[in-house]
Design a protein around this ligand. Structure first.
Ligand SMILES: *Cc1c(COP(=O)(O)O)cnc(C)c1O
Length: 436
């Protein structure tokens, strides 16, 4: 576990903010997503101040990592911009009262309706990612009477060292225009259109990346591309370097701190400034788009242990009251997590167990073969670093309710997402008249 002021063990109990994890579980029930507001704020502030060392820029929170109105408000209060990737996320940031000029609309296949909604909402930038979108957006923005600012998603063909499923810049990726392919002509085409205003370029090379050299490579490639555009008289005002900074999940990962994330952004900024100078182009307005690193370690999921099954020499299952419906990441990526028994968090981990979920799938695992304190039925287990891509990927599979989310801020703990009821699960069900 990656302890900090707001996540620590005292007298054998796990604490989150001012609360004992077992008290939160008793008050709000399990499974429960707990988010630590202080950590989110601290990382956001670190990113924003790191960007100041570069100069003009913005730090956009990738809303898809954890999408709630309350955390969007918190992020906005700390000066963050927003990435949205759907009409739903756009609606969310509107409800949170976010400044639309600081919203970037991403997505490799925005629907006509989403394009309309983005224009109507006045989003600052569309990050265009296909010819179809360029055609449609040009036409609709011209009809609306105001050219739309756009960034163009470029695939820099830089392979980051991370899991295959989260690499987004390999050859043949579904994202972006290939830097050695259509990218150049695409930008020229955009510049020639009345409904669009070319403002800059975007790259996002993947997620859960530790290695600075991947970002450095991407900066080199993209600034060389900016030079090519400059030779055609096309200025790139904005460079958006995406997100993807890795977080701590298990002992195999480095222990990150907000300061370390700041350092990553400072490094990217330094590299951009250096390459801009080398290429003889103007230093761009720089955007970064962290998602996981802002909310990932802020999240802890609390479960109650139910069934325990031991297959000596093979595996011991400790089943919890959650699973792939509230954390599908093992099923999707074979992701790894670390955990503790919340009331024995200071004791040594004497067993190797697999935390299994309650869904009707063998692949419904929360964490496989992890070290854990001895757990008994009824104990509260805490799984760490669940703030990103857990709640936002949750479903109602097996008609399990998506767990509520509680935001802890010092001595306050409040729902930011209420528990779903059985009624909620059937809310949109209809029985056609002819069946009655
Ligand atoms: C997912 C995504 C991000 C955020 O990635 P993290 O790994 O969560 O930091 C940023 N930009 C784009 C375009 C994305 O798709």
């Amino acid at each position: 576990m990656n302890t900090r002021d707001t996540l620590f063990v005292k007298d054998n109990d796990l604490y989150i903010g001012g609360f004992k994890a077992t008290d939160l579980a008793a008050k709000f029930g399990t499974p429960l997503y707990v988010m630590d507001a202080a950590y989110i704020a601290e990382v956001a502030d670190a990113f924003v101040s790191a960007m100041k060392t570069y100069g003009e820029g913005g730090v956009a929170f990738a809303n898809k990592a954890f999408a709630t109105v309350a955390t969007a408000k918190l992020a906005a209060k700390h000066g963050l911009w927003f990435d949205v990737v759907s009409g739903g996320e756009l609606y969310l940031v509107k409800q949170a009262g976010v400044d639309m000029k600081k919203v970037l609309f991403h997505g490799n296949n925005k629907t006509p309706r989403e394009i309309d909604e983005g224009i109507a909402a006045g989003v600052g930038y569309f990050v265009v990612d296909s010819f179809n979108e360029i055609e449609l957006l040009d036409k609709k923005a011209a009809e609306a009477g105001a050219p739309q600012d756009v960034l163009v998603r470029i695939n820099p063909l830089v392979t980051a060292h991370t899991y295959e499923a989260v690499v987004t810049a390999a050859p043949g990726s579904k994202f972006g225009f290939a830097v050695d392919g259509d990218a150049f002509e695409t930008v020229k085409d955009i510049v020639s259109r009345k409904g669009l205003r070319f403002r800059g370029l975007h790259v996002h090379i993947g997620s859960q990346i530790y290695d600075h050299s991947s970002y450095d490579r991407a900066v080199e490639v993209i600034t060389a591309f900016m030079r090519r555009l400059a030779d055609e008289g096309i200025e790139t005002d904005i460079l958006d370097m995406g997100g993807g900074y890795g977080i701590y999940y298990t002992e195999k990962d480095p222990h990150f701190t907000p300061r370390r994330y700041a350092y990553t952004v400072e490094n990217i900024g330094r590299k951009v400034a250096e390459c801009a100078e080398k290429e003889g182009i103007r230093k761009p307005f720089l955007i970064v788009e962290p998602g996981r690193s802002i909310v990932g370690e802020a999240g802890v999921t609390l479960y109650t242990v139910g069934a325990i099954k031991d297959f000596p020499g093979i595996r011991k299952y400790v089943a919890v009251d959650g699973g792939m419906f509230e954390n599908p990441r093992y099923a999707l990526y074979e992701s790894e997590y670390s955990a503790v028994v919340a009331s024995r968090a200071g004791e040594p981990e004497t067993e190797t167990v697999t935390l299994a979920g309650k869904c009707c799938e063998s692949g419904d695992i929360v964490a496989k073969d992890i070290p854990l304190q001895h757990a008994e039925t009824g104990d509260i287990v805490a799984v760490f670093s669940t703030g990103a891509y857990n709640y936002s990927m949750a479903s109602n599979y097996n008609l399990n309710a998506v767990p509520p989310v509680v935001l802890v801020d010092g001595d306050r703990a409040d729902y930011i997402v209420r528990p779903q009821t059985y009624e909620d699960l059937l809310r949109n069900n209809e029985v056609p008249d002819w069946m009655n």
